[in-house]
Design a protein around this ligand. Structure first.
Ligand SMILES: [Zn+2]
Length: 292
């Protein structure tokens, strides 16, 4: 769970800085801690430090740090609920709240972080709700294996699965070209314009790099054959120049339950998958890899 210190104790109801007074203390029931209450002199409303934050009025605060660890360790939400005696709706809600919190903290930390100078970009495939509803996960990974950014784009399945999907769920648009552009716009804020960009030989990438990173050095590598018997992300045939991002993709498949292959566990909605990946990226960057 990120520190609550990132959030200021200013009046959450007023749109400008006001004078606030301390206004008694209370025992927070869910963790037994003593919390300071404040009152704003302008709007006269009282609040505590968690007012207006994603953990406001949350009863199961104990689950916050639990879900970050468990979701990133290939556990299903139902199993987390069973283990920690909560309902699965509670677990789903906590994941959503914690993901919101992580996004706020990351936004405030972004200014302090130097832009990346060497980045890998690739996409991995998964699905939402049914295997025919394909989703591409765009992934940018630094040369030190930090997950810099990720996003999603839906696209139609091909072949037999595609025909089945069209019949059952209707036509599915291919949003990959548009979403790739959005993703690269986001990357511009996170990566140095003169960076080194490494990708495979996908034919859409040179145009993208030229449009959004005209001063970057773009290296393209031929994708190697997937290694048999694991997640289909690592390669066989000697040295893999894209090992860094392929290994990160393999970690995602191994550590996020709904991303593993042949899984029973499916993400039902894009928002849920986004929250789970937000938690995982946080856990990955902070605990699984050691980057100063
Ligand atoms: Zn106020």
């Amino acid at each position: 769970m990120p520190s609550t210190r990132a959030i200021q104790a200013e009046c959450p109801f007023c749109d400008r800085p006001t004078r606030v007074h301390r206004f008694g203390r209370f025992n927070r029931a869910n963790d037994g801690s003593v919390q300071q209450r404040y009152r704003c002199t302008r709007c006269r409303r009282t609040y505590s430090r968690s007012t207006g934050t994603p953990i406001w009025r949350m009863r199961r605060l104990d689950l916050c740090s639990v879900v970050v660890h468990e979701v990133s360790s290939a556990k299903t939400q139902r199993r987390i609920a069973l283990q920690y005696q909560a309902s699965r709706n509670t677990v789903a809600r906590v994941i959503r709240r914690v993901a919101e919190f992580i996004r706020i903290v990351e936004l405030s930390e972004r200014q302090m972080r130097a832009p990346e100078v060497s980045v890998y970009f690739d996409e991995m495939e998964t699905f939402i709700h049914a295997r025919a509803n394909r989703v591409s996960i765009m992934l940018a990974v630094s040369d030190r294996r930090r997950i810099v950014a990720f996003d999603f784009a839906e696209f139609p399945a091909v072949g037999k699965l595609g025909r089945k999907g069209r019949k059952k769920y209707g036509p599915r648009p291919d949003r990959r070209p548009a979403e790739r552009c959005n993703f690269f716009v986001r990357l511009q804020g996170l990566v140095e314009p003169t960076c080194i960009l490494k990708t495979d030989e996908h034919r859409a990438y040179p145009k993208l790099v030229k449009a959004y990173f005209p001063h970057a050095e773009h290296f393209r590598f031929k994708a190697m054959r997937p290694r048999y018997g694991d997640y289909g992300e690592l390669r066989q045939g000697g040295f893999d120049p894209l090992f860094t991002i392929n290994h990160t993709a393999a970690m995602l498949r191994d550590n996020v339950k709904s991303l593993s292959r042949k899984t029973w566990c499916t993400a039902k909605k894009m928002g849920g998958l986004r929250d789970v990946l937000t938690l995982y990226a946080y856990y990955h960057n902070r605990y699984l890899i050691r980057v100063s």
